[in-house]
Design a binder for this molecule. Structure first.
Ligand code: HEM
Length: 424
């Protein structure tokens, strides 16, 4: 029997210290074994899995663990800033077994409607339009002016969101991941916009994913549809923005890219892959709760206790050491898309969006370089994501006005079409 070891004090995973140096936090946590106590917000503690094998075992073990947070949630204040991410909603993310399969089928079938070549063309068109808005100025914040706007446009198009509601959607999603006092309001606003959209499509279906989900054989009611859409948007938008941002930063700072977007020998594909190993956009999530008191990888767990997976820590070295730079290699895959029944269902479209976004930028602004020292860049607070606040760059101004006109004209024609292929 494993001897009981007094757990250390929980390490805070919120606030500027964690945001500035998460790797140091992961290194310290690994020193306590495969699971270590963390604090997600004042008064909200969890156990964090930092070991690769323990993470895979947990993510696949539906017998020992449930995704339903309600027993844990009953112990947490209603206004806790982590609830917009961890609080129960009737979605795929918080359900097990047949209920999960029903939601997951509807989500998978909707995502399967994306035609990759149509999606690529749509993303490239929007990318060039966004780049055209700042190309002539010679500087830009690639998060606010590019990485955050591009996936939003894709989601707005997929779900048929009215153009004027786009900003509310992106603010709602960003707000809920920040895990600050505003997180609850942000999520409530997101739900309100999507509820209006679902009611409108129930009354008059169109050729968009909202209408498709409403008509799916799973028979989702309005609220279930609202919740799956907000899940797809929130699980999709923020991580895709951050994958683009983190990969661009990697290209701008890694010597193999020669400090600019087009100077080195490596490709966008390689930059994305390295970021998925070293700086995954969803750093810590995979919330699970033991169904009963149990022991897991030598640690005693109480029924209903919150256990999270650190995808970021599990991807990097499992033994504590002076450097986290060595990543696992060989047959084991990185965990940036999670694993088991709740792994990301949108890996392919997400990769396609990120890849196309970066390729467009590198082909248009080939000498872009960081406009501030890399050490001065700030990361958003919160325990769940790895997200730059800003990514300021400068470059030789490019005149894209002729092309912008061409794409505006093409775009006006294309705006009447969908990036999805729904039925014959
Ligand atoms: C088009 C963009 C994306 C969409 C629509 C999307 C959608 C989703 C959905 C619906 C889930 C819940 C699945 C379930 O519970 O069965 C999920 C989970 C997940 N996604 Fe994605 N996603 C996208 C992009 C990304 C990106 C860029 C990443 C990071 C590289 C990512 C990483 C994950 C992870 C780690 C999970 C598991 C969540 C957890 O830990 O609880 N996703 N995604």
């Amino acid at each position: 029997m494993t001897p009981y070891v007094q757990p250390p004090e929980p390490l805070a995973l919120y606030g500027p210290e964690f945001a500035a140096d998460p790797r140091d936090h992961y290194r310290r946590l690994r020193g306590h074994g495969p699971l270590a106590p963390v604090r997600l917000a004042p008064g909200i503690d969890a156990l964090l899995v930092t070991d690769y094998q323990a993470a895979v075992d947990l993510l696949r073990d539906t017998h020992t663990f449930t995704k339903d947070p309600r027993a844990w949630q009953a112990t947490v204040p209603d206004d806790s800033p982590v609830l917009p991410v961890l609080g129960h909603r009737p979605t795929a993310l918080f359900s097990d077994g047949d209920v999960h399969a029903r939601y997951r089928d509807a989500i998978n079938d909707s995502l399967a409607l994306m035609e990759p070549h149509v999606l690529r063309a749509e993303v490239a068109r929007v990318a060039r339009r966004l780049i055209g808005e700042f190309a002539a100025t010679g500087d830009a914040d690639l998060i606010a002016q590019y990485a955050r706007r591009l996936p939003l446009h894709v989601f707005v198009t997929w779900f048929g969101v009215e153009p004027g509601d786009g900003e509310r959607i992106v603010n709602g999603i960003a707000g809920m991941f920040n895990s600050t006092e505003n997180a609850t309001t942000a999520y409530a606003d997101l739900v309100e916009v999507v509820t209006e959209l679902v009611a409108a499509r129930r009354a008059r279906p169109r050729r968009d994913l909202t209408s498709y989900l409403l008509g799916h054989p799973a028979g989702l009611d309005n609220d279930e549809t609202v919740r799956q859409i907000t899940l797809i948007m929130s699980a999709g938008h923020d991580p895709t923005t951050n994958l683009i941002g983190n990969a661009l930063l990697h290209m701008l700072t890694d010597a193999r890219y020669a400090g600019s977007l087009h100077g080195g020998a490596m490709t966008a594909h390689e930059a994305i892959n390295e970021v998925l190993w070293q700086d995954p956009p969803l750093a810590n999530l995979g919330a699970h709760y033991p169904r009963d008191d149990t022991e897991f990888h030598g640690v005693r767990l109480r029924a209903g206790q919150l256990v999270l997976v650190s995808y970021a820590a599990a991807n990097t070295r499992s033994a504590p050491g002076p450097s986290d730079s060595a990543v696992r290699s060989g047959a084991s895959a990185h965990l940036a898309w999670s694993a088991g029944p709740h792994r990301c269902p949108a890996k392919q479209p997400a990769l396609l969006i990120a890849m196309t976004a970066i390729e467009q930028l590198t082909s248009q602004l080939c000498d872009a370089e960081l406009a501030v020292p890399a050490g001065g860049l700030k990361w958003r607070p919160g325990p769940f994501h790895r997200a730059l606040i800003r990514l300021p760059v400068r470059f030789t101004p490019v005149d894209m006005s002729a092309e912008a006109h061409r794409h505006r004209t093409a775009g006006e024609a294309a705006d009447g079409q969908q990036a999805v292929s729904i039925g014959p």
